[in-house]
Design a protein around this ligand. Sequence first.
Ligand SMILES: [Mg+2]
Length: 214
Amino acid sequence: MNFDKEFFSSIDTVIFDLGGVLVDLDKPRAIEAYRKLGFKDIDNFMSCHLQRGMFLQADSGLVSSAEFRNLVREHIGNPQIPDSAIDSAWTDILVGLPQYRLDTIKRLREKFRTLLLSNISEIDWDFCLEHYFSKDGYKTEDLFEKMFLSYRMKVVKPNPEIMEKLIADSGIDPNRTMFIDDAPANCRMAEAFGIRTYTPAPLEDWTGIFKDAF
Ligand SMILES: [Mg+2]
């Protein structure tokens, strides 16, 4: 796809994924942190773009954060592990949100409808709110018209139901929408709605594709 002036005059909405697009991820670091807590088969629960078991249940909002922590303690077989250790192992996956990405989205927000669509648990979202979205006076409302979070929507990408809900709720025109997500399966799902997509590589500075957007 050619992201030129003509392309940007044909869209009015940009949907952003969070993990792997806005926030850089280090999954091996989280896996190692869980292993240190005694979660020996963590590899079966965290893989490249997918969470499984209690992690998927938490992302899907099927269990509360408290229930998730109990499931982890049960699975490890150690009721003494504190909440904070379980939370911090998961948030170890989150590396940071570079300022230049925030600046780009803030500029885009002046010209386009900007939405967030993330597979995320309450534990990780609360961490992002505290550590990434409150610095330098930025608020999430400065960046996104609305945030669609899997744990609240009770459905995860790439289930098309999540996009159906987003479209119904926001009233966007899929044919005038662009979606940026680092998971190819999520992009294919969005394309089936007529949404045009971009799939950045890990740690990529994807802000360059917007040079003709302003
Ligand atoms: Mg992602």
